[in-house]
Ligand binder design. Structure first.
Ligand code: G3P
Length: 217
């Protein structure tokens, strides 16, 4: 499973990338706002840190303008993935941009039928938003499962990018179901390594080691 980091915080991306934990990055207008930086500058910096796909989202709502924005974003670096919303205009832009050989991530997906359309329009990635479905008491993981089944039934190559991941359980469930990628905030990825029994076990080992009076170096 690939790990994308859902942030425009270049320091956080760099720290996780040094650990080999970053296969790509996703951003959106809200994350650009949070970074306080210019979209073109910060996205270029991110593309310099990470080799894998870096999603940069258009903000136009009509297909022609989306295509123009997508082409401009794609000029930033070869690893840019143009992120488009799941609307008919977004799908039209997806068809055109993917036809030009650009990677496209179709975002704001909340149903299996939407995911089916994105695959047919040539999307490289589909982003179902797990946490936001959970927020309204729907089952985000059921959506991932349904998309997995549909894509496998028809051998679609579009990768399922589980987004709006808020917890370590989301990561595990998405991995078990067979999402191709998760994108999560840096804090969630860091939490994956923690377990209270790991902390407790380490504490016991350190305490016993101190009693041996030995040193390894
Ligand atoms: O990748 C999509 C993500 O940024 C949305 O997450 O937590 O705002 O629903 P959230």
């Amino acid at each position: 499973m690939k790990f994308f980091v859902d942030t425009a915080d270049t320091q956080a991306i760099s720290d996780l990338n040094d650990l080999g934990m970053v296969d790509g990055v996703t951003t959106n207008p809200s994350l650009i706002l949070k970074s306080g930086r210019n979209i073109l500058e910060v996205t270029k910096e991110i593309c310099g840190i990470v080799d894998g796909p870096v999603s940069a989202e258009v903000v136009a709502l009509e297909a022609e303008a989306m295509i123009a924005e997508g082409r401009k974003l794609a000029e930033i670096a070869p690893n840019i993935t143009v992120k488009l919303p799941l609307t008919w205009d977004g799908l039209k832009a997806c068809k055109v941009l993917s036809g030009e050989g650009k990677m496209v991530n179709v975002t704001l997906c909340f149903s299996a039928n939407q995911a089916l359309l994105a695959a047919k329009a040539g999307a490289s990635f589909i982003s179902p938003f797990i946490g936001r479905l959970d927020d309204i008491h729907l089952d985000g993981m059921e959506l991932i499962q349904d998309i997995r089944t549909i894509y496998d039934n028809f051998d679609f190559q579009t990768e399922i990018l589980a987004a709006s991941i808020r917890s370590v359980n989301h990561v595990q469930d998405a991995a078990l179901i067979g999402a191709d990628v998760i994108t999560a905030p840096p804090e969630v990825i860091k939490k994956l390594a923690t377990h209270p029994l790991t902390d407790k076990g380490l504490e016991q080992f350190m305490s016993d080691w101190a009693k041996t009076g030995q040193n390894i170096l």
